[in-house]
Design a protein around this ligand. Structure first.
Ligand code: PGA
Length: 240
């Protein structure tokens, strides 16, 4: 793993953007993540596109996950989050941005459709990831299969609690989701993982220095040959 240390969230966002910017012209399929962590990097991407310093017209995007039970127009869906934070400002056409459909009649079949879609696009060239404080990547919680494919999963209670800040209250947070599996994620050509803040320090340490174990799903990334981690000092503060 290539580790890039940043001073704080702003610096992490800039450094991550610099990594992405350099690779962008060669990326056809960009894997994206929701959550608070990548938003600063997305803002840099939006600015660069608006200033004509970057071009995204060739891109397809595929997101990691979506809550089950929320339609694309639900304000709490990950689709709406992405539309507001990135797709809208970038002016990406609807047919080039992809997320699992949270309101699919058969969520298991939707997982299979999404996995097939990624294959039909030729696979993910670069996957952006955040990390949960319990070490999850996508919604692959501790105990997930380390070679799993896109499927229906239960959210850990710590994840429901962490994501409640985006909802009116914790009861509203869906308890299930469709997520790319760890096996799906590991097939990306490259991975760019971002982490910021003290509450991620333990997960970051386990990901980089711990043994590869499903107790820390992100530790699976040790098996991938091209991973860049951009993390701020607080997120790296438990490293040896
Ligand atoms: P966050 O979420 O960026 O909102 O901290 C990261 C994650 O849960 O993967």
């Amino acid at each position: 793993m290539h580790i890039i240390e940043a001073a704080d969230y702003e610096d992490m966002s800039l450094k991550a953007w610099e990594v992405l910017q350099h690779k962008l012209p060669r990326i056809q399929v960009l894997g994206l993540a929701t959550g608070g962590t990548p938003v600063g990097m997305y803002d840099h991407l939006i600015k660069a596109v608006q200033n004509k310093q970057a071009d995204v017209s060739h891109l397809h995007t595929v997101n990691l996950d979506e809550y089950i039970g929320l339609s694309t127009c639900d304000p709490n869906s990950y689709y709406m989050f992405m539309k507001e934070k990135l797709f809208g400002p970038l002016g990406l056409p609807e047919d080039k941005v992809h997320l699992p459909h949270g309101d699919a009649e058969n969520p298991q079949a939707e997982g299979k459709r999404y996995e097939d879609l990624i294959q039909s696009l030729g696979g993910v060239d670069l996957q952006v990831l955040g990390i949960g404080k319990n070490g999850h990547i996508g919604f692959n919680e501790p105990g997930s299969e380390m070679d799993g494919r896109t499927s229906v999963v239960q959210l850990a209670s710590s994840t429901v609690e962490a994501n409640a800040r985006f909802f009116e209250n914790e009861e509203e947070v869906p308890k299930t989701a469709i997520t790319m599996g760890i096996g799906t994620i590991l097939e990306a050509g490259e991975i760019l993982l971002l982490a910021s803040g003290k509450n991620k320090a333990h997960a970051v340490k386990c990901m980089i220095e711990g043994e590869v174990t499903s107790y820390c799903p992100a530790s699976a990334l040790q098996k991938h040959p091209k991973v860049t981690v951009v993390a701020d000092r607080e997120a790296l503060s438990e490293m040896n």
